[in-house]
Design a protein around this ligand. Sequence first.
Ligand code: GLN
Length: 451
Amino acid sequence: AHLDRMAEVDGAVHAFLHVNAEEALATAREVDAARARGDELATLAGVPIAVKDIIVTKGQPTTAGSKILENWVPPYDATLVERLRAAGMPILGKTNLDEFAMGSSTEHSAYGVTRNPWDLDRIPGGSGGGSAAAVAAFEAPLAIGTDTGGSIRQPAAVTGTVGVKPTYGGVSRYGLIALASSLDQAGPVSRSVLDSALLHEVIGGHDPRDSTSLPDPVGAFAAAARGEDLRGMRVGLVRELDTDGYDDGVRNSFHGALDLLRQAGAEIVEVSCPSFDYALAAYYLILPAEASSNLAKFDGMRFGLRVEPTDGPLTAERVMAATRGAGFGDEVKRRIILGTYALSAGYYDAYYGSAQKVRTLIQRDFAAAFAQADVLVSPTAPTTAFRFGEKLDDPMAMYLNDIATIPANLAGVPGLSLPSGLSDDGLPVGFQVLAPARQDERLYRVGGVLE
Ligand code: GLN
């Protein structure tokens, strides 16, 4: 049914970069056979899933949305992909994204844009616009995204889906093509909070192949999502994330959801996180710095594209320059240049060093806020889905869309976005819930009651 749906709508939506119908059907048939034999099956066995194309899949192309990895076929599976396969989940294909997950609109993909199923003239968010659009368009019931600064939560917000960024270290990063290693986390995209909880239980848990993987057992996320009320829970409204920088329609929807939380028995308290005002600036130094280092391996020697200069001597450096010049798009080049600059001798302390100090201040703000509240809430994004081209020539305007999602990545805390109704423009609005590190269950408890 999902493959049929993809054939019907993906020409217009373009959520997928690669479809593997045969393999997906083979998995589905195996699950059917196992069920017929009376074998015990995993909870999500047979439920199809789409995977963001920055996560490696053995034998299936993985491009990271970049020309530099065109036609590259990974020789191994990411740990989370292994876990999907072990659970008997058919992998439908790989979803579109901004190149190397840099962006908030999926317009930076080297393979064309993904369209928002709510309005095909609008962006589906980014970088994981493909995963969110696939779920919103009923092409896939579940998807996997990655979130370095909001790329699961913001696309979920603007497509009316649910997206979860787990605690840093909660889901293995083994097999994720790294953007910024200290910020990256993979997580679920779905149409309901319970679905995300069930998927999180499949992909979560310790992995010895990821040195930053937490040793914790997988939480009881689905049980938390099935809770009935929020009695005794203190919900912190972050003052710095409820300003007139957010569209009126977004704020109205947000405050409507707060009323629902009150009705469910939660106590709303106001908290202040003053350093959040510097989160965006710190993130856009730390991310490019780490990305410039992580992307150094794409040099024309090891993976994917190799371009040899047509004139002059054939030196390694000239092959690297020609390959990177042709293989990377503008946004990737912009960030590599910014990152190498911020890390260079003489500037390191002023830029990267200062940004790391801001990161510590943000962690302290979270610690103080979580002493007053069990979870924090805000709108997920300041606007609903914008039109193609609206922010493409203005990187600052694009970056500002991440204002509410970035603090969680800088502190490693988990976050969930769920729909809180429609704005006055008829487009979906996202409601964000944040919890302390390792307390991801709280996200599902609040989300489960709200939806
Ligand atoms: N929009 C953010 C950025 O461009 C988020 C990226 C992400 O989470 N992968 O960096």
